[in-house]
Design a protein around this ligand. Structure first.
Ligand SMILES: Cc1cc2nc3c(=O)[nH]c(=O)nc-3n(C[C@H](O)[C@H](O)[C@H](O)COP(=O)(O)OP(=O)(O)OC[C@H]3O[C@@H](n4cnc5c(N)ncnc54)[C@H](O)[C@@H]3O)c2cc1C
Length: 379
């Protein structure tokens, strides 16, 4: 099956595969590609830490616009939910283009998470002198607690609240970001392509997949290959493989900090209580990339946390794929595994409105046990 055929067959159920002449082949190259996968050595004695982060969710989607703050221009770039690691280069570029409308070339960026750092780089590329002001810097930001796969629509917007104008902003941001992240692959940023396997008890449905991803432009989706019973090593009847970009947050954020500094930015540790504090800054342009902090900083009552936690196992260099889903039908809820150099990240939580930074023990058990079971049964 050539790549185009594989793409055409992506997301098509087994019956439909046969009917459309896309029957799963037993050609060695296709089969070997999955047979070589090394199982994760999932066990409680390999757990090394559990981290918690609060995704900055806005039901009406991220905020990307400008307003006046006295004589200053205040640009907002926050509220990326579970998609900030994916989208930040794009919204950062659009924020920097808003700043170009002013004649001055000095800008303050509030926040040193992924959104603040990439926005600072986009401003620098356009000739701005940038100072970053942040209460916390990596490794102590929400961005460091991220799984950081290419998930540009995850926990991003309540579908009922979408507007054509916001969709246009989103699609522009996603296109820019997808392109930018690809250019960082293989350059020491911790950005790489990796095969992900969605584990399924039934074949994927074209209609459901299309509906879920309706926001995302087609060209930002890689092709998927569906493996049926006996064709893959996982204990579920079906596995759908899709290559995807992924980011290792600790490497990536440190590189971004280094880049903004090398391009001349100072990073000042400072917490602002309200927008009147921003008005005292010397820079005529202020870009607000404060994530969930914008709730109090600029009074954005819509912002709410989507609490997420990851449990890390000892690293395993030979594990070079990710998984989504458990081996128990309807039993474990959604779980996922993604390997990186600092450990194998296991996750699967998103609790709206929970501000606690303490790990949830029940969720930790559920997620670790689901992966112990999954990899014990991997062929
Ligand atoms: C478990 C988990 C998994 C995730 N998985 C993914 C994924 O797979 N893909 C993806 O794209 N995204 C994912 N995300 C979401 C992603 O991490 C966030 O969207 C992103 O980190 C938000 O970045 P940010 O820069 O806006 O916020 P932050 O990283 O929180 O940075 C905010 C910055 O603003 C500063 N700040 C805040 N308030 C103030 C103030 N008053 N004064 C001064 N400074 C202030 C902070 O100190 C910090 O420097 C995940 C998140 C979690 C928790």
């Amino acid at each position: 099956m050539d790549r185009r055929t594989a793409i055409r067959c992506a997301g098509v159920g087994l019956g439909a595969l046969l009917a459309h002449g896309c029957a799963p082949t037993r050609r060695l190259d296709r089969f070997d590609a999955v047979r070589r996968l090394s199982p994760v050595r999932a066990s409680w004695d390999r757990v090394i830490r559990t981290t918690v982060g609060l995704r900055p969710y806005r039901p009406s989607g991220f905020r990307l616009d400008a307003e006046r703050l006295g004589a200053k221009m205040l640009i907002h770039n926050f509220g990326h939910g579970g998609s900030g690691m994916s989208l930040s280069w794009g919204t950062g570029r659009m924020a920097a283009e808003l700043a170009l409308e002013r004649p001055e070339r000095d800008a303050a960026v509030i926040g040193a998470g992924v959104v603040g750092l990439t926005t600072a780089r986009q401003l620098q590329r356009r000739g701005f002198d940038v100072t970053i002001y942040a209460a916390d810097v990596p490794p102590n930001t929400t961005s460091n607690m991220s799984l950081a796969s290419w998930t540009p629509t995850s926990g991003l917007i309540d579908g009922e609240r979408r507007t054509p104008a916001w969709d246009f902003q989103f699609r522009s941001a996603a296109r820019f970001a997808y392109h930018e992240l690809q250019l960082l692959v293989g350059r020491g940023y911790g950005v790489s392509w990796m095969d992900g396997y969605a584990l399924r008890f039934s074949p994927p449905s074209v209609e459901v997949d299309a509906r879920q991803d309706a926001l995302l432009p087609d060209e930002l989706r890689t092709g998927a290959t569906t493996f049926g019973p006996g064709e893959h090593p996982f204990p579920t009847p079906f596995a759908v493989r899709r290559p995807s970009l992924r980011i290792e947050p600790s490497i990536y954020l440190d590189r971004l900090v280094r880049d903004v500094r090398e391009a001349g930015a100072a990073i000042v540790i400072r917490r602002f209580a309200s927008r009147s504090g921003l008005a005292t800054l010397p820079e005529p342009i202020v870009v607000n990339c404060s994530g969930l902090g914008a709730r109090t900083l600029v009074g954005d009552a819509e912002l709410t946390p989507l609490k997420g936690q990851l449990t890390l196992l000892m690293p395993q260099e030979e594990v070079d794929y990710s998984t989504f889903g458990s081996a128990v039908q309807g039993g474990d809820g959604f779980v996922h595994m993604s390997p990186r150099r600092d450990g194998i990240a296991l996750g699967g939580t998103s609790v709206e409105g929970d501000w606690s930074l303490e790990p949830d023990e029940e969720a930790r058990r559920r997620i670790v046990e689901a992966h112990i079971d999954l990899f014990a049964r991997m062929g």
